[in-house]
Design a protein around this ligand. Structure first.
Ligand code: FAD
Length: 399
């Protein structure tokens, strides 16, 4: 069995960026990427909102803050060089009441600490930017952008292949075993051997880590985000990106409006427990995966603490009226007849046994395996610098 230098598990944006960066760092090295689906970017990467995040929300000094700032620049440069269209269209974060103003100010201060260009604007300026929005004051973040991450993945895959790398689609890593200094990855299409392995399996990153012999500190709990899209006749209500002031404990909650690079405006998402890790529909149930979530102490603690918030998210999942009411707080002219259902996404959220969310990116090394154990938003924006961090670890492991 030929031995390659590196096997990457997972053909989402993090796995592809890692393989690409490894080849740049070690020209002539042999890399194989295994993806279980027939296509790349089939899960989180291909179902996300396509935002190039500015890095405004994240705790200064965190991996998210650092990787998002540097990663966004790297992603823009990659898109320019590769001819992938993107648009730095800006976004507004809108305070709807006096009560939200201190939190808006807090985000502004975080933005300043993170080096993000942003400005507090009053209602007059807000209406120039977004004529149909509610709100008494807002934060304008001109450097936020939009892109299609599936197109980024196509270009990454092309570069990996040009540099001699192999991408094996429809190839699921099922078991791992050691053979001296090599790791053997077993799949139904045969075994693959490598000196080093990186696990970028997204929604299954904890399972894959366990297969390699690591005991991951957190479990992935899948949260489905459901969306609507504005019908053509209502698209004029949103020019770019309109976000609410987030709850600091759950920055990913709060429905918002996102113009997409290929046209159209996405509205949402909510966040509800998915009954399967790849459960894109309310009716998709995987009994063993559901039981895994429901019996995990971390999930039970989270649910007990935040049941009221969870109930609100579930209510918005079953009631279009409730979803529309949440959207119309930001854009009052929106009504249900202007919205059509759009594809859902599932977030891989790493949760600790004590019920706390793993907030930052989490990457761990176990022998000659590097496990990317938590790569939620803004990991698409940050993928190229996450790739650099993983390659740093691999380089250290090569001695
Ligand atoms: C609804 C939603 C909206 C988001 N919006 C944004 C945004 O606007 N901007 C942003 O920066 N981020 C956003 N994110 C986050 C971003 O999409 C993810 O952080 C990023 O895509 C993670 O990439 P990944 O490669 O780690 O995971 P994935 O894209 O999920 O890829 C993992 C891959 O591993 C494969 N795999 C799993 N197990 C195996 C196995 N055993 N063998 C082989 N292959 C395997 C899977 O099939 C999958 O293709 C959003 C996420 C969601 C869900």
């Amino acid at each position: 069995m030929p031995t390659s230098d590196l096997i990457v598990i997972g053909g989402g944006i993090v796995g592809l960026a890692t393989a690409y960066k490894f080849q740049l760092r070690f020209p002539g090295s042999s890399v194989i990427l295994l993806e279980k689906e027939p296509d790349l970017a089939s899960h989180q990467t291909g179902r996300n909102s396509g935002v190039l995040h500015s890095g405004i929300y994240y705790k200064p000094g965190s991996l998210k803050a650092k990787n998002c700032r540097e990663g966004k620049q790297a992603m823009e440069a990659f898109c320019r060089n590769e001819g992938v269209p993107y648009d730095i269209c800006g976004k507004v974060i809108v305070a709807l009441s006096d009560e939200e103003l201190p939190r808006l100010q807090g985000i502004y201060e975080r933005g300043q600490a993170n080096g993000v260009r942003c400005e507090v604007i009053e209602r007059g300026r807000l209406l120039e930017l977004e004529p149909h929005v509610a709100g008494i004051r807002a934060l304008h973040v001109p450097e936020t952008g939009i892109v299609n991450y599936s197109m980024v993945c196509e270009r990454l895959a092309a570069r990996i292949k040009e540099a001699g790398g192999e991408i094996k689609l429809g190839t699921c890593a099922r078991r791992f075993r050691s053979d001296g200094p090599r790791t053997i990855v077993e799949t139904l299409s045969g075994d693959f051997a490598a000196r080093q392995v990186v696990n970028c399996a997204g929604l299954y990153s904890d399972h894959v880590a366990a297969l390699t012999g690591e005991k991951p500190p957190a479990k992935i709990i899948p949260f489905r985000g459901e969306y609507f899209e504005l019908k053509l006749e209502a698209e004029h209500l949103v020019r770019n990106l309109i976000y609410p002031v987030p709850d600091p404990a759950f920055p990913f909650l709060g429905v918002h409006f996102t113009r997409m690079i290929a046209g159209g405006v996405e509205c949402g998402p909510n966040a509800v427990l998915a009954f399967a890790r790849e459960g894109y529909f309310k009716t998709t149930i995987n009994p063993s995966e559901l039981a895994e979530s429901l019996t995990y102490p971390g999930f039970l603690r989270l649910a007990a603490k935040y049941w009221r918030m969870g109930a609100g998210e579930m209510w918005r999942s079953v009631s279009k009226g409730a979803f529309v009411r949440a959207l119309s707080r930001l854009v009052p002219e929106i009504d249900a007849s202007q919205l059509t259902p759009a594809p859902a996404g599932v977030r891989a959220q790493a949760l600790l046994p004590d019920g706390s969310l793993v907030d930052d990116f989490l990457i761990e090394t176990h022998g000659n395996v590097v496990n990317v154990l938590n790569a939620p938003s803004p990991a698409a924006t940050s993928a190229l610098t996450i790739g650099d961090s993983v390659v740093e670890r691999l380089a250290a492991g090569r001695g």
